[in-house]
Design a protein around this ligand. Structure first.
Ligand code: BEZ
Length: 211
């Protein structure tokens, strides 16, 4: 059955550019971004893997590990990393899984044959410290992903995991958030001492609690 939000991210053993890993053990107690790309030595993928390397500080600040996957073999990944480092002016310091037998790609439903035959599409999974899937995104081969959006979702997920809030459309870190509908009006002053704006009984805004 296809994976859904809230499911446990399937565990696996994989050969990667940083050695053999057991996925859950490798994730540890933090967050993870697991993403697939169609093929090594392709232009859009080269920019994507370089961008993830350049965002290292942003991911680290949020206690997030990143890991990539394609169905190309390990030797190809190692050669391609040299190109990524050279052309994107960075250092790929996170593992790339070599999934030549497509076992992991199939487990995570990363092959969409009507879009791209036999290759993984651009899938993204954000995995929480509880190893559950918090976000799934699927992009076509021709569109490079927006990693600012992925960071934005991580900020939202980490905020909403700790406070009774949700984040509105186009929200960015530091902006007003929505008070959860499970919080009664009477509870608001104690829970949200910075104040709130009641727009409708079901739409109540408050400054971001952790800022
Ligand atoms: C690319 O990364 O540019 C790409 C990969 C596979 C198919 C099409 C484009």
């Amino acid at each position: 059955m296809a994976l859904r939000l809230g499911d446990l991210a399937p565990d696996f053993t994989a050969e990667t550019t940083q050695g053999t890993i057991q996925f859950h053990e490798w994730l540890g107690d933090g967050w993870g971004v697991f993403f697939s790309h169609p093929a090594d030595f392709t232009p859009v993928c080269t920019t994507e893997l370089g961008t993830v390397a350049k965002y290292r500080e942003e991911f680290e600040k949020r206690n997030v590990k990143t890991i990539a996957l394609s169905v190309d073999p390990l030797a190809s990944h190692h050669e391609w990393i040299k190109d990524i480092n050279e052309t994107q002016r960075t250092t790929v310091d996170y593992p790339i899984i070599a999934d030549a037998d497509r076992k992991i790609a199939e487990m995570y439903d990363m092959i969409h044959p009507n879009s791209l035959e036999n290759l993984t599409v651009r899938s993204v999974f954000i995995i929480g410290p509880d190893k559950k899937i918090k976000l799934m995104l699927t992009y076509p081969a021709s569109t490079g992903r927006n990693f600012d959006e992925i960071i934005r979702v991580i900020d939202s997920l980490q905020l909403t995991a700790n406070y009774s809030v949700a984040t509105p459309a186009n929200w960015k870190d530091g902006e007003e958030v929505v008070i959860s509908t499970s919080i009664s009006d009477a509870q608001i002053p104690e829970k949200f001492p910075k104040g709130h704006t009641p727009v409708k009984p079901y739409l109540r805004l408050t400054p971001q609690p952790n800022k």
